[in-house]
Write a protein that binds this ligand. Structure first.
Ligand code: PLP
Length: 438
């Protein structure tokens, strides 16, 4: 039971004098006020008032090995000891070591490039696709998130009253400052809906790439037939298919969503888990598309440092992060199944608890993450998700927070190798308490 919040409140007052709203990302703000953390260990976070929480946020799913894992600490320390520095600014061996490991699980990535975030990964992927196809419009699905830049910051979480018809959604800015140019150049498709294919056919000469979260928001899966048709049609129409696997890579399966569906995209964006909790992204895919970013000859003898397409970054392929990421994947090679087993156990127990109270609740998701959705209807896209009971979910979240269960309000739950029986039991006890006081 959480008792005190004084230090968190005092900190937020101070932080408001430094950052707008006291936070450095709006997702970190929630009502009545954010909780300020000072320590992490295993599956737990401790706040500045010394309250302890089971962490299901795991930094938006990034920390697949939980907090402070000794293998990651060791990987970072030994990389530092061996090399004597933390940044070369030149090629180094870990770039290929880690890339080979990623290609083992994502064989669709014939070549890859490193970036510093998932946002940068999808951004580079879109530029690669535009260069390769010569077509500069993009298509994305309503309710899908691909990072915080103008091209994709459209129809992420629109008010359904302003978002047009379900089968042909409008392009609605998700932020002030996203202008009409991007609205016009980003076609919004309905997820898991066959009208998406009509829109693609209609815009075939302008759209160079379709980007999607194969599992929308990390919990609403694409239907298999929908995925198969999307793959077939994009190939036919000369449109690049880009899987944004920033959430799903090494979390819904070692081979991500493409492994789960058995479908090869042309391009893949990765982030989160592969960086072990450090800033990191990857774009990989077909050799001929990735080669657009390779250095080119600018005269008979010299290779230019410029590619056909610009891709750069001071910290790309950061050695400390690659060492940590490689170690993460090596641990998951033995422990991934355990995390999925624990996730399934928690989902089943939660569904059983709500069912005994006669409350329609679905724990929706695949692999090591899921969301708690209060509806008995099938949820296959953004519009259908909007009819869930968010009031009840908010009440549940508020109760769980007081009981020391940390998750982002109304957001998905992620588990780590450190979430065992004890943590699940604590969560189930807290949910039982919520149901008993209803
Ligand atoms: N794509 C997806 C599917 C994401 O979930 C996210 C982040 O949540 C991003 C892209 C952006 O990644 P980052 O926050 O590392 O920039």
């Amino acid at each position: 039971m959480i008792k005190r919040m004084n230090q968190s409140l005092a900190y937020m007052d101070r932080a408001k004098q430094v950052m707008p709203g006291g936070v450095t990302a709006n997702i970190k703000y929630f009502e009545p006020h954010p909780i300020v953390m000072k320590k992490g260990h295993g599956a737990y976070l401790t706040d500045v008032d010394d309250n302890e929480y089971v962490d299901y946020l795991l930094s938006y799913g990034s920390l697949m090995l939980g907090h402070g894992h000794p293998v990651i600490k060791h990987a970072i320390q030994s990389q530092l000891d061996t090399s004597g520095t933390w940044l070369f600014g030149t090629p180094h061996e870990l770039e290929a070591d880690f890339g080979e490991k990623l290609k083992q699980y994502f064989p669709s990535m014939e070549l890859l490039r490193y970036t510093n975030s998932g946002t940068e990964a999808t951004l580079l992927a879109l530029r690669l696709a535009a260069t390769y196809t010569g077509k500069h419009k993009i298509a994305k699905f309503e309710g899908h998130y691909h990072g915080g830049y103008d091209q994709v910051l459209l129809s992420v979480d629109p008010d359904v009253n302003e978002a047009g018809p379900a089968e042909e959604p409008l392009s609605v800015p998700a932020s002030k400052g996203v202008g009409a140019y991007h609205q016009d150049h980003t076609v919004i498709l309905p997820f898991n809906h066959s009208y998406a294919f009509e829109l693609l056919k209609h815009h075939r000469d302008e759209i160079g790439v379709v980007v999607l979260e194969p599992i929308q928001s990390g919990f609403i899966p694409a239907q298999k037939v929908f995925m198969e048709e999307l793959r077939r049609l994009t190939k036919d129409l000369g449109i690049v298919l880009l899987f944004d696997e920033v959430k799903t890579g090494f979390r819904i399966g070692m081979g991500g969503a493409q492994g789960y569906y058995g479908i090869e995209p042309d391009l893949t964006a990765l982030g989160k888990v592969i960086g072990a909790g450090f800033p990191m992204g990857v774009v990989g895919g077909k050799r001929e598309i990735l080669m657009e970013s390779a250095p080119v000859k600018n005269n008979a003898t010299n290779l230019s440092s410029k590619g056909v397409l610009f891709h750069s970054g001071t910290y790309n392929g950061h050695p400390m992060i690659l060492a940590a990421g490689l170690a993460t994947i090596q641990v998951l090679e033995n422990e991934f199944d355990f995390v999925v087993m624990q996730t399934n156990e928690l989902k089943q127990q939660l569904e059983r608890l709500f069912a005994t109270k006669g409350i329609a609740m679905q724990a929706i998701g695949i692999g090591a993450m899921f969301n708690i959705v209060f509806t008995e209807e099938k949820v296959t896209n953004y519009r259908e998700y909007q009819i869930a009971d968010f009031r009840l979910r908010k009440d549940l979240d508020a109760h769980l927070l007081k009981e020391g269960i940390y998750a982002k309000p109304c957001n998905r739950y992620s588990l780590s190798t450190q979430h065992g029986e004890k943590e699940i039991e604590k969560t189930v006890t807290a949910v039982t308490g919520f149901l008993n006081q209803m």
